[in-house]
Design a protein around this ligand. Sequence first.
Ligand code: LLP
Length: 421
Amino acid sequence: MGSNELLKEYSPYLEYKDGVLYFDGVNLQELAKELGTPLYVYSANHIRDQIRAYKEAFKDALIAYAVKANFNLGVINIAAQEGCGADTVSGGEIYRAIKGGIPADKIVYAGVGKTDEELRYALEQDILMFNAESEMEIEVLNELAGSMGKKARIAIRVNPDVDPKTHPKIATGMKKSKFGIDIKKAFEVYKWAAKLPNIEVVGIHCHIGSQLLDLSPFEEAVQKVADLYQKLKKEGINIKYLDIGGGLGIKYKPEDKVPTPKDLADIVLPIVKDLDVQLILEPGRSIAGNGGILITQVQFLKDKDDKKFVIVDAGFNDLLRPAMYGSYHHIVAVKENPEKITCDIVGPICETGDILGENRTICKVNRKDYLAILSAGAYGFVMSSHYNMRPRAAEVIVENGSYKVTRPREDWDYILWKETV
Ligand code: LLP
């Protein structure tokens, strides 16, 4: 397969022109020179297209973009422009979503450990609903809402006990995980919650896991949730919102075959067609994942025994996924070269596990050349850290040949903010 053909499977906005990599019309060699590295680059057109694909497939559903995947304000703002709501998991994410332009009445809020301050803040903002994860949380919310003279709209996050067949660290809908309330117990909890004075039960929520490439677990989970809806209806509890979470996988490896929002809709819509609900989806990765790349610069080349190392300026402080989950991210040179090398691409962090790509065959690179790490738009920057006192990367949005920096590169003093001896 030609290199451009493969790149297009990651993003239609990624291509080599005259041997140089472009993203959404922007020359990445020039961009990296101008802004420095490591540099996260997000394609606005890619993100817009993904959101539109969801909207087209699911028609009237609320697409609550999971801002945890990429909470850059510019990215959130694109989601807002496209009419999205937001799925959030902390007070800070609600704050960001609102700053990014998402109306509070389109925000849902999940998370097993919401603090009183966060709950109060969300009540003040009058968000669409709380995706409650335990009886104790509902009790506390009832009290807090009462003390504020408000009523809290809730969905109960049910745990449908479905194996999502994904990486164990990102599987959430199995009984043994900390998330949600066991679906078998949920009916009783609904009956109890519906009687609380300051709680309005409006929804059912479930999210079974992330990076799902096989859709059958979705089918199983949504069917279970639809059954619960019917049972609740008979009991006189009318559910308005069915929130089926996120989880659609994206292409990481060249050989990955990836389901589309339309494929998901073909499975979900027949199950829910007779339910009188507004559907909510919470996609994160499938919106932003392949809409982002991380550009890094080669610092040194090193040959050791029979192994070649390409040492770059991005490490697991910038992109944790390979070190944390053993994830594969495809890596290509920003400038094509007919000569190839096989090497490990490693970062500057003082740990052996700081490997971005192992045993990769890439275009031959020299010191100061640039590499692009693909599929880095979701769970990339948001999981970055200051480990080894490394300032976090800049973030830039590209669109139709122009760019805007939406978060500048940090410096050492930024990291030392308010710290004292
Ligand atoms: N809704 C809830 C309640 C979630 O917990 C998540 C993700 C989503 C929606 C969005 O799921 P998505 O559409 O992005 O699959 N750091 C890991 C992924 C963790 C996912 C956490 N929850 C990774 O890098 O693979």
